[in-house]
Design a binder for this molecule. Structure first.
Ligand code: CA
Length: 345
């Protein structure tokens, strides 16, 4: 990497004479106006314009070199990082081989260099619920998530939680993109993060719901994937099991699978004459419009009017909700959490 820099220094030096000619022009202008000096001046000017042309050529060449150099530097850094990762992988493989053949009892803790999600914290002796750092994709940084390490075998990474209505979910595209709220309370993890987590591993989704009558049900999906922002965070969801009913794919008319994300300020839904996100005060994978909306408004009790509360269309008493006279079901708690498909508790 040192040599190209020296080359550049050499090129810069050859430029100096051309630049040094500049003051001559000032001197020539200052001297008399006889025919001889005019001729002399023309000669000097010609010489100077030649030098300037040369200089321009050299500058262009230098610019080319510089662009090439920064590319070379980037490739070097990339190659260096790659070889280091290779080395580490080699060492890790060697260590695990050694232990397979020699260490009958493995008592020391095992380390995972960068846990991708909560399930990678499963080897901790004390499995405690709480906030942990995860790195689903090393190129996209590290962030904090709330891990449920106790329920249903643990290893769950929470992507959404509703508890008491302290956090508004009537938010913009930008807010849903980066996430909002408090990981220990009510929050949306953020569409970019949900994308990274579901891209890193095949994930299952578990939804826990509870109403104000104390009824608790769940819905589990064997496949849950959220595409990137370019693909408008399109939802892929399938493989339902559970007790709450499959409100994400209720029937032909209402199906949230393969739908784009819509927020009050970004209409990607299937409803042609309006924005479902604005109408239902929520960011969600709206169809036209919904049979489920877990990011709806938090009502502390049953309510009337527009059904913009937290909604799960297959809830046991939903069919008795005649519009617009009857009260609407409200939900006390909601939890959306994900775990790798191949997870072993
Ligand atoms: Ca629309």
């Amino acid at each position: 990497m040192g040599e190209p820099t020296q080359d550049l220094m050499g090129m810069a030096k050859t430029l100096e004479p051309a630049l040094a000619l500049a003051p001559v022009l000032v001197l020539a202008k200052g001297s008399g106006s006889t025919g001889g000096s005019v001729f002399e001046m023309q000669v000097k000017m010609n010489r100077m314009s030649n030098s300037l042309r040369n200089a321009r050529g050299q500058i262009t060449a230098l610019q080319g070199r510089l662009e090439e150099l920064s590319l070379i530097n980037m490739r070097n850094v990339e190659a260096m990082v790659e070889s280091k990762v290779e080395n580490i992988t080699g060492v890790v493989n060697k260590l695990s081989n050694t232990c397979n053949s020699q260490c009958a009892v493995q008592t020391s803790p095992q380390f995972i260099i960068a846990p991708k999600d909560c399930s990678d914290y499963n080897m901790l002796k004390e499995r405690k619920n709480g906030v942990y750092r995860v790195t689903p994709d090393p190129r996209n940084g590290t962030f904090e998530v709330y891990c449920d390490m106790e329920s249903f075998g643990g290893g769950w990474t929470l992507v959404q939680q509703r508890l008491n209505g302290t956090v508004s979910f009537n938010r913009s595209w930008a807010e849903y993109k980066r996430g909002f709220g408090n990981p220990r309370g009510e929050f949306w993890l953020g569409n970019d993060r949900i994308h990274l987590l579901t891209k890193a591993k095949d994930m299952v989704l578990r939804i826990e719901l509870e109403d104000f009558q104390g009824v608790r049900e769940y819905a589990k999906f064997d496949q849950f994937y959220v595409a990137n922002e370019f693909l408008r965070y399109r939802l892929s969801i399938s493989g339902y099991s559970g007790t709450a009913g499959n409100a994400l794919h209720m029937n032909k008319q209402f199906n949230h699978d393969q739908k784009f994300f819509t927020t009050p300020d970004r209409d990607n839904d299937m409803y042609p004459s309006g924005n479902c996100g604005a109408y239902y005060s929520s960011g969600w994978w709206f169809d036209a419009c919904m049979s489920a909306n877990l990011n709806g408004k938090y009502y502390h009790k049953r309510y009337k009017g527009v059904r913009n509360g937290i909604y799960w269309g297959t809830w046991h008493n939903m069919s008795s909700e005649a519009y617009p006279t009857n009260y609407r079901q409200a939900f006390k708690t909601v939890k959306m959490m994900i775990r790798p498909k191949n997870y072993v508790p």
